[in-house]
Design a protein around this ligand. Structure first.
Ligand code: DGJ
Length: 702
């Protein structure tokens, strides 16, 4: 036993017991040197470990067809009889592609444990790292691959971790599937025998699924065990849940092995991204709380800083960015109470439409003869911060950068290059490309008082070769991106960054540790957005979830929605405004200003509070959720109904996790409700007419 409470080595059993809030995780060194997984679930004591070691319900003896190793090993390596989903596969210089790793030692430092596995024949190690985040009940895992030999090793598959789950009679999986403009849709299915494969092969996390998965054996919002994993990786990824016919389940999570050939030169190592795992015995509400707390305390930069009310010009002016119209938008945005004004795509040289300009991060001289400084200063005079849109990883063929460096992109010498949104992808695997980007962005940020960047990417990685760097582009591109962002942030520590990839194509824990918030979707239709936000909030904290109020009808769906509903929908996250304010009526502008004021009154609660989905009480077409302030002093309850059905004029919503003895006062009507009444009977919320929405603010009486 060590000093650490979170991690214990139990020498009598050669076992490890990792414990955080509400969970324990245990494994031991087996007689053959392999690491045998023992437990991931509710908290256990050191005295329980002997029983875990003695409990082997699936001892199949010599039956090779049902060999259970893949479901009980800490890291499932390719080799021997492990014919299920494996986490690690390499090729040694002599062509051998099987691993034979055995425990060689461990090190405990504070809340971190590193266990070294060494190959029995080759000078090759896999170091499994575990870090307990005790308060949130999160376990972070990653794996370092070390080539200690004199010959190269090629890594063909390198997941961050295998996660064996305990036996349960049935499993339900919840994940966030979607597509462009319909990201993060909550998807729930019973798992059958076989594999659930969630992945991206696009070089970014993508719109089709988030690198996040939750598994339960029949949990609800407030009850039941849930296990969940999320990967901190902004490139291609893969999460596999493999369920054997007899109910054994294990999850493998990491970078995608699609087209992966990662050379490890002699004497070098590579560390996988972190995969975080959460266990709760208290249902999906508690799972959400744990992920949110984890993002706030251990992932997001500036975790305690209130996010500003944003204005973004994209849907107002698209590529027609001119200083006069931007200033007019800025005046109106400031009048509404916006605090950050971001000029989106279209401000830089040659950018009249999609066909040109990406790569040249200098203002268009025709429209901005004196650079961006005059506009930025005017925005500052209006009392707002100033930001601009960039897409640093891409380059237009029609750009000065591409003409100067046509070899800086991913391409195969003998194959056509794939254009996507009329751009190529710069090879951030190459140091000179990274240096160029840092210099260009530094130049831009130094040229004017720029406080924020919207960092976008609108194409996948296709031709996976930069012609120079031998390492895998799938890995090097993401690591290169992280380096560029880190260097830019170090040079300009005051600058805020929004992460975007054609909407919500890049919203993983890796990019979120480097950006203040994300743009979850290009779909700003306030009704569609509710479903997108509902899913997003499963995995991510509301203080990372930007949402704009745009024009009605919106340009993507052509749906008309009243201003009030649009504001209420966007107020569930980080309120932004993205409409063409030049066309808004005086009444609309006055209404908008009132909503912004109201949002500022509740935004600490919304951004940093405890979120509850209140669907269970609501009819199918009603969306409802509540936010409770971190100190419990304020509640914001939102409800939305797209159309009148069955003579409905109100919904009764039972709130959760209040103090039953406290009194909560409606900030608008003065009505007083006990916590007990709100939880056990409910709050009656009016929803009258089509596109009805409500925001009820309740203050806890002193
Ligand atoms: C895609 C983003 O998601 C949009 O918000 C906008 O910034 C465009 N790119 C600009 O090209």
């Amino acid at each position: 036993m060590t000093d650490s409470t979170a991690i214990r080595h139990l020498p009598d059993h050669d076992a490890f017991l990792l414990t955080g809030s509400g969970f324990s995780y245990a494994f031991a060194v087996g007689a053959d040197g392999s690491l045998r997984h023992l437990h991931w679930g509710g908290p256990l004591g050191a005295s329980d470990v002997a029983a875990l070691l003695g409990d082997d319900a699936r001892d199949f003896g010599s039956n090779t067809w049902s060999h259970p190793r893949a479901h009980t090993e800490e890291l499932v390596q390719h080799g021997g009889r492990r014919l299920d989903e494996t986490a690690l596969k390499v090729e040694f210089a002599d062509g051998v592609r099987a691993l034979d790793l055995a425990y060689a030692g461990h090190r405990i430092a504070g809340d971190e444990l590193a266990v070294t596995l060494t190959d029995r024949h080759y000078p090759f190690d896999a170091v499994l790292s575990y870090r307990v985040r005790p308060d949130e009940g999160v376990l972070e895992r990653r794996c370092e691959l070390v080539n200690r030999g004199e010959h190269p090793v090629v890594v063909d598959r390198a997941a961050s971790a295998s996660w064996p789950l305990p036996w349960r009679p049935r499993w339900e999986a919840t994940w966030l599937a979607g597509m462009y403009a319909a990201e993060t849709q909550v998807t729930r299915r019973a798992l059958g025998p076989g594999r659930l494969v969630l992945e991206s092969r696009r070089g970014i996390p993508g719109h089709a699924a988030q690198p996040w998965l939750a598994l339960d054996a029949g949990a609800g919002d407030t009850t039941g065990e849930v296990w969940s994993v999320a990967l901190a990786w902004s490139g291609s990824w893969r999460l596999v849940g493999e369920l054997a016919f007899d109910g054994r389940l294990h999850v493998t999570a990491g970078v995608n092995d699609y087209d992966l050939r990662l050379p490890l030169a002699p004497g070098t190592s590579w560390t996988t991204p972190v995969v975080a795992g959460v266990y709760t015995a208290a249902g999906h509400d508690d799972l959400t709380d744990r992920w949110h707390r984890y993002e706030r305390r251990h992932v997001a930069p500036r975790p305690d800083t209130i996010r500003p009310v944003l204005y973004n010009s994209w849907e107002a002016t698209f590529f027609d960015v001119r200083p006069e119209s931007q200033v007019e938008l800025a005046r109106r945005a400031a009048g509404l109470g916006a605090e950050l004004f971001v000029v989106d795509d279209g401000w830089f040289a040659g950018r009249d439409d999609e066909s040109a300009g990406i790569g040249d991060w200098t203002p268009d001289a025709r429209r901005f003869p004196d650079g961006l400084a005059p506009l930025a200063e005017e925005v500052h005079r209006l009392g707002m911060r100033f930001g601009v849109w960039v897409e640093p990883e891409s380059v237009s063929p029609d750009s000065e950068l591409f003409r100067a460096h046509p070899d800086w992109i991913f391409q195969w010498p003998t194959r056509p290059r794939t254009l996507a949104r009329q751009t190529h992808l710069l090879a951030l695997s190459r140091p000179e490309v990274r240096d160029h980007l840092v210099t260009a962005l530094d130049g831009l940020l130094s040229s004017a008082p720029i406080d924020a960047l919207k960092w976008d990417l609108n194409r996948p990685l296709t031709e996976a070769s930069d012609g120079v760097d031998a390492s895998s582009p799938w890995i090097a591109q993401v690591e290169g991106l992280y380096e560029v962002i880190d260097r830019v942030r170090a040079l300009h520590p005051g600058v805020w960054i929004e992460s975007c990839a054609s909407g919500g194509g890049r919203a993983d824990l890796g990019i979120m540790s480097r950006t203040e918030w994300t743009w979850p979707s290009d779909n700003t239709d306030a009704l569609e957005r509710l479903a997108i936000q509902h899913g997003y909030l499963r995995a991510h904290s509301p203080h990372t979830m930007m949402a704009w109020v745009t024009d009605s009808p919106t340009y993507l769906t052509k749906r008309e929605i009243p201003l009030r509903f649009r504001f209420h929908s966007a107020m569930c996250g980080l309120l932004g405004i993205g409409g063409n304010l030049a066309t808004w009526s005086t009444d609309e502008l006055a209404g908008a200003a009132e909503h912004v004021t109201r949002y500022k009154h509740i935004r600490t609660t919304v951004q940093f509070g405890t979120v509850r989905r209140l669907d269970a009480d609501a009819p199918d077409d009603v969306t409802a959720l509540s936010y409770q302030a971190p100190d419990g002093g304020q509640l914001a309850v939102f409800a939305f109904a797209p159309s009148v059905r069955h003579l409905r004029r109100t919904v009764l919503l039972r709130l959760r996790d209040l103090d039953p003895a406290a009194v909560y006062v409606d900030a608008d009507t003065g009505a007083r409700h006990s916590g007990a009444l709100l939880m056990h009977h409910g709050l009656r919320v009016p929803l009258v007419g089509d596109y009805a929405s409500a925001l009820v603010v309740l203050d806890r009486a002193p």
